[in-house]
Design a protein around this ligand. Sequence first.
Ligand code: RIB
Length: 312
Amino acid sequence: MSKIAVIGSNMVDLITYIDRMPLQGETLEAPGFAMGCGGKGANQAVAAAKLGAEVLMVSKVGDDVFADNTLANFQLFGIDTQHVTRVPGVSSGVAPIFVQSDSHNSILIIKGANAHLKPADIDAASAALRDCVLMVVQLEIELETVYHAIEFGKLHGIPVLLNPAPALAGLSRTHLAKLDFLIPNENELALISGQPVTSPESALSAARLLVADGIRHVIVTLGEKGALYVGEEGEFRVNGQVVAALDTTGAGDAFIGCFAHHWTQTRDIKHAMTLAVAYSACSVTGRGTQTSYPDTLRFAEFVQSHVSERQA
Ligand code: RIB
């Protein structure tokens, strides 16, 4: 048994490719547009499923045409949707995304139905969750639900992984201390720890603070510089790969989905981190969020050409 539960958001990504952001009052032509399935929770679930994981999704969709598309997308990847439910009279989550020609992005999120995922929905999914070996959570749902997921995992002995994205100030360090895995990027780590994080060295000292609080494993994603581990297994760094980036949207989610899959398969954190860094790098070479996530075959080719045997 190695099923992964993702408790989190789904969004409809409205992606505009731009040369630059328009100024106030200016109308500007943009070179391209695409609509896709996104949302941090859904992206992480799809990344894991594309790699072969069995995934249970606990999420909310709205009362609109987007909902059917989102459900069909989950089902296309074999994701268990018995606990993805509709909220009457509410829109689905939507994310207008602007991708610049240098591959970087700006994202707005309208939570819509995602704001209606409540602690009671976790309790309603209790039987299915207790069949899972890892619960993955992010911050595009209400905080009370995130904290309840952490408590639920603790009560039932299911490891909980929190990806604290998007960055949010004022998280309860008492709740976070109960986590098995916290996987922030540098900005998120700075907000949670209250320490400036501007380099791998400052990331290391901020991560040590959180481990001292009680979190078992803190993994800091460092973009093209790889990722850093601090926790029960010591301290180490995994290097990134140099790639020609087209679109970085959803790269963090690619990391989480791949890490979750490989950790549940092997319980080897360093190995799972190495593959997650590579999966994330591979994802930025394609456009879109879920559309840029490689399947097992394409990822194996990427690993062969970009990751040394010693690393893998
Ligand atoms: O992490 C990328 C995701 O953030 C996008 O898919 C968008 O929906 C927002 O949730």
